[in-house]
Design a protein around this ligand. Structure first.
Ligand code: NAD
Ligand code: ZN
Length: 362
């Protein structure tokens, strides 16, 4: 097991990473004496609920199982959870446990942030994306019909237990979506980690324990370090350090919108977005052409998409990217790469290079 101690906001807490951690109730010793409520989804419950419930001696009336998927990340679910918590009289020193992927983590974290003005929660992330991304950093929230993640709060957990053995049951597409975010960390912040990924990709895809542990740990470390500099994404009008985590994401959001958020997984769109960000960075003369090729090759070798959706044109990107929140005062801001392992926020790039990237990819 690896342990990473992170300090975010006023909270200092451990992220434990390793195979079989859900069978280690001792890791929850610090919280298990408190009144607990666990929330999960049906897919995760089918595999892991009985074990966790048993090791925490949780009464089944203190467990809530929601339908899986993004449709559960709504205010209606928040209301359902509030009703349930109040009906079962969870006191303010009670604690919520989020067992599942990013949907459960974001939803339960948000409920913990607002229930009686804020109670503690623990994250037990069971998707690769949740282990390397959503369970770290303190962003919680739900969707609104007018926009994703539009209602939320910053709320840090007390503890994160990332059991890498749970990834065995995760569908392959979902696993790869997490790999895309891991590759993103290498591209944006650590060329050495990127080179390690090139070496260890097959081991990682085969869920080799040591490889997974290192990849999850290094990703969490990098995310926590970036978030620590800019916890609330408030610096430089949203163009501060935390924005770097959005490498590839402006292109990705255009793809997700174009495909109505129901064909492509977020990580799949990010994979193409990373290729496009690297391509543009090379056209600007920042990233070397061989390094841009390495980025695309690693993504392609993983089995992630490297081409935009069929029928998507340069004009679609132009229209959809200008709707992205990273447009500051009418000017498109993108996260680009100065070199492999160094991302920058830039609103000052040659628009002809962006046109060339869009034409090349569409
Ligand atoms: P998810 O929670 O919907 O999980 C994906 C699917 O896998 C679901 O069907 C789920 O039931 C299933 N599943 C989960 N764990 C499993 C396991 N071990 N075995 C078998 N099936 C399993 O999706 P996700 O990709 O984990 O998270 C996406 C969400 O995360 C989005 O809502 C996104 O907005 C959010 N997110 C938040 C942050 C943040 O900083 N808070 C960052 C990135 C993404
Ligand atoms: Zn992402």
């Amino acid at each position: 097991m690896d342990t990473l101690d992170v300090e975010l906001g006023t909270r200092r807490y451990p992220i434990h990473i390793g195979a079989g951690l859900l069978q280690r109730p001792d890791l929850l010793d610090a919280v298990r004496t408190r009144p607990l409520r666990l929330i999960t989804d049906q897919h995760v419950a089918a595999h892991y609920l009985a074990g966790v419930q048993g090791s925490l001696s949780l009464d089944s009336q203190h467990v809530l199982v929601l339908p899986p998927g993004e449709t559960s990340k709504t205010l209606a679910s928040v209301e359902q959870i509030m009703d349930w918590l109040l009906a079962s009289r969870l006191p303010r020193d009670g604690l919520l446990i989020a067992l599942g992927g990013g949907v459960i983590g974001d939803l339960v974290g948000f409920c913990a942030a607002i229930y009686q003005r804020g109670i503690d929660f623990v994250q037990l992330p069971t998707t690769l994306l949740a282990q390397v991304d959503s369970s770290v950093g303190g962003k919680t929230g739900v969707n609104h019909p007018r926009g994703k993640n539009m209602i939320g709060a910053f709320h840090q957990p007390r503890l994160v237990l990332a059991d890498t053995a749970t990834l065995v049951t995760l569908p392959v597409r979902e696993r790869l979506a997490g790999i895309a975010e891991i590759i993103k960390y290498g591209m944006l912040g650590d060329a050495g980690f990127f080179a390690w990924l090139e070496q260890k990709l097959e081991a990682l895809l085969a869920l080799d324990d040591a490889a997974l542990r290192y990849a999850v740990r290094r990703s969490c470390e990098m995310k926590a370090a970036i978030v620590a500099q800019d916890e609330r994404e408030s610096l430089a009008g949203g163009a501060g350090p935390r924005a770097l985590l959005n490498l590839g994401h402006t292109f990705a959001h255009a793809i997700e919108t174009f495909t109505h958020y129901n064909e492509w997984l977020h990580g799949e769109a990010v994979a193409v977005g990373l290729c496009m960000a690297a391509d543009l960075s090379a056209r600007l003369g920042w990233l070397s052409t061989p390094d841009a090729q390495r980025c695309r090759q690693l993504i392609e070798r993983s089995g992630l998409p490297v081409q935009v959706p069929a029928g998507m044109r340069a004009d679609d990107f132009r229209a959809l990217m200008s709707l992205d929140k990273k447009v500051a005062s009418g000017k498109l801001r993108l996260i680009l790469m100065r070199r492999l392992g160094e991302a920058v926020v830039s609103g000052d790039f040659d628009p002809a290079a962006l046109d060339a990237t869009l034409r090349h990819y569409t």
